[in-house]
Design a protein. Structure first.
Length: 115
């Protein structure tokens, strides 16, 4: 699980540079794509209690990461990470961030100011 966790941190830019796509979705296809992503995110949430959760403390991560989050929860279906949620340090912030994956690709990111 450690290699998988590090790979996810790299892909999110927490340990390196994020990967950005320059592709744009044609306007006519956007509503359908949003519906597909929402359905996939909803499916992950519906089975969240059945997923394997691994919590990573940020105490030993680089300063830029550990000053922002106190812990990061990884939710896996087998060897595949499907959801990541970051938690801030108490008393500093209430903002959480959630990331949803399908086939190893980031499909949805959500920032909640009062998470």
């Amino acid at each position: 699980m450690q290699k998988l966790t590090i790979a996810c941190l790299l892909s999110l830019g927490l340990l390196g540079s994020p990967v950005w796509s320059s592709e744009q979705v044609p306007e006519a296809e956007r509503a359908g794509l949003v519906s597909q992503i929402d359905a996939k995110r909803g499916g992950i949430e519906a089975r969240r209690e059945k997923l394997q959760r691994t919590t990573l403390s940020t105490a030993n991560l680089r300063e830029q990461v550990k000053q922002k989050w106190s812990k990061i929860d990884f939710y896996s279906d087998g060897d595949t990470v499907v959801r990541i949620k970051t938690y801030p340090h108490q008393g500093i912030s209430t903002r959480t961030e959630e990331f949803y994956f399908d086939g190893g690709q980031l499909i949805f990111a959500y920032i909640e100011d009062d998470g």
